[in-house]
Design a binder for this molecule. Structure first.
Ligand SMILES: Cc1ncc(C[n+]2csc(CCOP(=O)(O)OP(=O)(O)O)c2C)c(N)n1
Length: 508
């Protein structure tokens, strides 16, 4: 038998070095499942198409490789699209491959026919339908390069099923055709000079510089220039509690360079800066070669910035919950922090108020958060992909109880695939972030519709074969976390917490 279009796709993915394809099956893509066998392309089957994209997203952020998701056409594709938005805002290199109705039936009411490329386009860097079986390999190579080049992001290809089944006589692209480095464009002498002569300069990087390799570049830049750099990748921006007293720093800076960071809502569209501050927008980082021979003055400003961002209330160190429970989120964070001290540990934070408490109380060398998109629900798929990418690491996801419900069935995926991460659910029996808005904006008597049951998410996890722990009182927390970490499989610790608004900080 000659090669089918599907073989070209599977072999091209394998040649590109794709280590996993996060997939959910469906009629249109079954030829690719079949072709994956011969191409030795590992498929990891998930429980919801959005989870496949979230996993590809976390994979992209943590490894720098393009994360690949494969879903079926029509409704399968539609399910995947919402998750593209998170990857787009996070500047994560993702390729979404969706099956598609066959070309010879288009316009006739084909099974699950839908304008898929158009539907994905607003949430992607690029989005198109492949037109010929012979170009499937080239299309894939181009899509992968686009996902990684410049500011990384998701790219979508729709693959009509007749092209996947057609016999092809086409060459596979070379390995090099799939490769492109996330580039951080080069020097900009004027900007460097302005930074060098500023008294309180600040470099604010966008999400793409916040992941493993980007962070190294930022560290090098900061070491060479003494200019403090921060990454803004969280939805509350200036009010993000994990950024401590960032608002003070932004108001005091005299020169700000936005390095691949938009002057968007997270910076109050620029109103977060002092009125005399000079703000420059630059698409990336000046490269270190152009710094040679320059002298950069050290000053106390860099330390001032660091300590402002690290600011947390002193009482957090000793804050204790009521012994009878529920727990204060700070106490939960303090215990979880102990699990994430090793160099490769990963923190996943998601959800409304609890997600913010988690980010404010826990740090880890690697972080995957729901990001500027502010979309909740991705934590469990993120954690599963993180464990796959970094199998020797402790991976802890901290998520709200509402958030848990979005992708709880991925705990089954985790157990089935041997992905032993820990999910810590902050259970306040509420969609608290929105409840807090009701309290602030409309008052307690007008609170409506946001209560949840104090549900036993630990038992849900057990039902999927994971390890479950239920924590009502502070004394139970540490032993429960220890048992969960030692369980040797995915685990869920369901912690009853106080229903508190996320913290905001003022000095003094
Ligand atoms: C996909 C999506 N749907 C809805 C929202 C709005 N939203 C933001 S936080 C939140 C409540 C989250 O509740 P939970 O996970 O229990 O966390 P809590 O705020 O209670 O700590 C909601 C509904 C959103 N940001 N993203």
């Amino acid at each position: 038998m000659g090669l089918r279009g599907a073989d070209l796709v599977a072999r091209a993915l394998a040649r590109a070095g794709t280590r996993y394809v996060f997939a959910l099956s469906g009629n249109h893509v079954m030829p690719i499942f079949d072709a994956a066998l011969d191409a030795k392309l590992p498929l990891l089957h998930v429980r919801h198409e959005a989870a496949a994209v979230h996993m590809a997203d976390a994979w992209g952020r943590l490894t720098g490789e393009v994360g690949v998701a494969l879903v079926t056409g029509g409704p399968g594709h539609a399910n995947a699209v919402s998750a593209l938005y998170t990857a787009l805002a996070a500047e994560s290199p993702v390729l979404l491959l969706s099956g598609h109705a066959p070309t010879n039936e288009l316009g006739k009411g084909a099974f699950q026919e839908m304008a898929q490329a158009e539907m994905a386009a607003p949430a992607c860097k690029a989005s198109w339908t492949v037109r010929s079986a012979a170009t499937l390999g080239e299309d894939l190579a181009r899509a992968m390069r686009m996902a990684k080049t410049g500011r990384p992001g998701p790219v979508h290809l729709s693959l009509p099923s007749d092209l996947l089944e057609a016999s092809v006589d086409a060459q596979l692209p070379e390995r090099k055709d799939f490769l492109a480095e996330a580039n951080h464009p080069g020097a900009h002498e004027t900007i460097l000079e302005v930074l060098r002569t500023a008294k309180k300069p600040l470099l604010i990087a966008g999400p793409a510089l916040g992941y493993t390799r980007g962070r190294k570049l930022l560290e090098q830049f900061e070491q060479s220039t003494q200019v403090p750099s921060i990454v803004m990748e969280s939805p509350r921006g200036v009010n993000d509690p994990c950024m401590g007293l960032l608002a003070e720093v932004l108001a005091a800076a005299d020169v700000v360079v936005l390095a691949g960071k938009r002057r968007d809502f997270t910076l109050r569209f620029g109103a977060a800066f002092g009125k005399d501050c000079k703000v420059f927008e630059f698409d990336g980082l000046p490269d270190s070669k152009s710094l040679a021979g320059k002298t950069w003055q050290k000053s106390g400003w860099r330390d001032e910035v660091r300590s402002a961002i690290a600011f947390r209330p002193a009482q957090w160190k000793t804050l204790a919950s009521n012994p009878g429970g529920p727990l204060h989120p700070v106490e939960v964070g303090r215990e979880v922090q102990k699990l994430l001290m090793a160099p490769e540990s990963v923190l996943v934070a998601d959800g409304g108020e609890f997600g913010q408490w988690a980010q404010a109380t826990v740090t880890a060398p690697h972080r995957v958060i729901n990001g500027v998109a502010g979309s909740i629900g991705a934590a469990l798929p993120f954690a599963a992909a993180a464990k796959l990418a970094m199998p020797g690491s402790n991976v802890v996801a901290m998520l709200g109880d509402g958030t848990f419900g979005f992708h709880s069935s991925e705990l089954e995926t985790a157990v089935r695939c041997g992905l032993g991460f820990l999910a810590v659910v902050g259970n306040d029996a509420c969609w608290n972030a929105e409840y807090q808005i009701q309290l602030r904006s409309y008052g307690a008597p007008r609170a409506l519709g946001l209560d949840l049951l104090p549900a036993r998410y630990d038992r849900v996890a057990e039902g999927f074969g994971a390890h479950g722990e239920y924590v009502e009182r502070p004394a139970e927390l540490a032993p429960a976390l220890e048992r969960a970490m030692g369980a040797g499989r995915a685990a869920c610790v369901n912690v009853m917490i106080e229903r508190l608004p996320a913290p905001t900080f003022r000095r003094g």
